[in-house]
Design a protein around this ligand. Structure first.
Ligand code: CA
Length: 250
């Protein structure tokens, strides 16, 4: 009678084949649509998971850092901080908790972006909880796999987790601000990025810097490190528009 164990409360975990793979693991679900979040929680709990919810980005990041979860499910569009950013920050802190991203079906976001930022898997909404549970189990079996999201443009690479920049095999030493500027430009490689955007993202609103010249100064510093010593020309000034980091590395 192979199914008898499923009826015995004391022996559920050990004897029920259906539940053997669902030994309770703790999952954090970060989803701002509360009804969907509650439904995901119920669905995953029915599959044997223990589920906590966060409804905004900063809370999600805090819990993901501090809560010791076995896996994290991230919506993308979240108040305060996107799912992408949460994932990126966790990986930058060398936190390799398995991350599954829930993406909208409208194609506004590219699933590849999430994987580039260090997510382990993604699922497109709408999804079934059975499929979500199966994907989570697969991630849990693999465990926490280091997934540093290394950014590349030709032979120029930046590893946000290890905080290492290389041109070919040569390691380039950058200051924190130069590193942040290069990281932002690499994420937008091949695109013209306005100076004002660089100023607001790399120097952040809290800094009392209202002078776009600081971007020019740091672009000059970067060139002296990532381009000039190698006879390259990756970081280009687009007159009147901003800067472009050549996607091929210059
Ligand atoms: Ca959302």
């Amino acid at each position: 009678m192979p199914d008898a164990g499923c009826e015995e409360p004391e022996s559920v975990a050990g004897a029920c084949p259906r539940l053997r793979d669902t030994v309770p693991v703790r999952v954090l679900v970060v989803e701002d649509e509360r009804r969907l979040a509650a439904a995901v929680k119920r669905g995953l709990e029915a599959e044997g998971f223990v589920v906590d919810l966060a409804h905004d980005g900063p809370t999600g990041l805090y819990l993901a850092r501090e809560g010791g979860y076995d896996s994290v499910v991230l919506d993308i569009m979240l108040p305060g901080l996107s799912g992408y950013k949460i994932c990126e920050r966790l990986r930058a802190e060398r936190n390799w908790v398995p991350v599954l991203i829930l993406s909208a079906k409208d194609g506004e976001y590219d699933q590849a972006d999430g994987l580039d930022l260090g997510a382990d898997d993604y699922l497109t909404k709408p999804f079934s909880y059975v499929v979500l549970a199966a994907r989570l189990r697969a991630l849990l079996r693999r465990g926490a796999v280091p997934r540093p999201a290394v950014l590349r443009a030709g032979d120029l690479s930046l590893d946000p987790a290890a905080r290492v920049v290389r041109r070919g095999s040569a390691v380039i030493s950058l200051t924190a601000r130069e590193f942040a500027l290069l990281e932002y430009l690499l994420r937008r490689a091949g695109e013209v990025v306005p100076k004002a955007e660089l100023l607001s993202h790399v120097w952040e609103a809290t800094d009392e810097i209202a002078d776009l010249n600081v971007v020019e100064v740091y672009a000059g510093y970067l060139r002296r490190k990532i381009d000039a010593p190698f006879g390259r020309h990756a970081l280009r000034t687009v007159r009147g528009a901003g800067y472009l980091l050549a996607a091929d590395g210059g």
